[in-house]
Design a protein around this ligand. Structure first.
Ligand SMILES: Nc1ncnc2c1ncn2[C@@H]1O[C@H](COP(=O)(O)OP(=O)(O)OP(=O)(O)O)[C@@H](O)[C@H]1O
Length: 217
């Protein structure tokens, strides 16, 4: 079986500066990875390239055997992505959840139930545009959507950055409670928070992977 994600010699420059400098990585199903490294190391660029947001200058990425740019819809169908900065969606929460139900088959009620477990009352804000929620509320709703979809792979880009301590705790508890074999990539600056949730850590610096090791769970 092909790996979940296969990256071969990925290279990308932004304005002449290498941001991905020859990355080769293989990620198997069931791996739960902390992706670490200083600001600007290229972590977000790497995961966004896996999701088909960016074309590489050189090299190749395959996700579940597919090209994330050519087969983007198919690749994203299996991935729950929580971006670092939530997109400025103008739809109300009600409209957004209806749209998600229609496009992904994820029942609105399932998202509302997950949101409740993150201490977010969706019904109270149903007519509010998504972009008018607070940063933490946006993050909670995006987390609820990803979890309700029961994605095979979660890609979390600093998912707890805007969450208060209580919500952070709830988020990690929800992940621990998931009852199926998912894979995950967490971009984070707080490795200690992921204790018990990860089995591999990858450290990036200046567009390169400089450390890659398993973690006993
Ligand atoms: N769309 C873009 N256009 C130009 N430069 C970009 C773009 N996206 C990222 N960069 C640059 O690429 C470098 C790597 O950015 P990236 O967001 O991948 O880093 P990161 O490791 O995720 O950092 P952080 O921990 O701060 O989130 C930075 O120098 C950034 O300014």
């Amino acid at each position: 079986m092909s790996p979940l994600i296969e990256i071969r010699n990925a290279r990308k420059k932004f304005m002449g500066t290498p941001v991905l400098d020859g990355i080769t990585l293989s990620i198997e199903a069931g791996e739960r990875i902390a992706m670490l490294g200083p600001n600007g190391a290229g972590k977000t660029t790497l995961v966004r390239s896996m999701l088909g947001f960016y074309h590489l200058d050189e090299g190749e990425i395959r996700v579940m055997g597919k090209d994330p740019i050519r087969d983007r819809v198919e690749v994203l169908r299996h991935i729950g992505f929580i971006p670092q900065l939530p997109p400025p969606v103008k739809l109300s929460l009600d409209e957004l959840l209806m749209y998600i139900e229609r496009s992904t088959g994820t029942p609105k009620g399932a998202v509302i139930a997950q949101a409740e477990r993150m201490a977010l009352d969706v019904k109270q804000h149903a007519s509010k545009p998504f972009f008018k929620l607070s940063g933490g509320m946006k993050q909670k709703l995006l987390i609820a959507i990803a979890l309700a979809r029961r994605s095979r792979l979660f890609v979390f880009d600093e998912p707890t950055a805007s969450l208060d301590p209580k919500a952070r705790e709830l988020f990690y508890r929800l992940l621990s409670d998931l009852d199926y074999d998912y894979s995950a990539i967490y971009i984070t600056h707080r490795l200690e928070e992921l204790e018990g949730l990860i089995n591999r850590k990858i450290y990036m610096e200046l567009g390169k992977v400089v450390e890659d090791e398993p973690i006993a769970t």
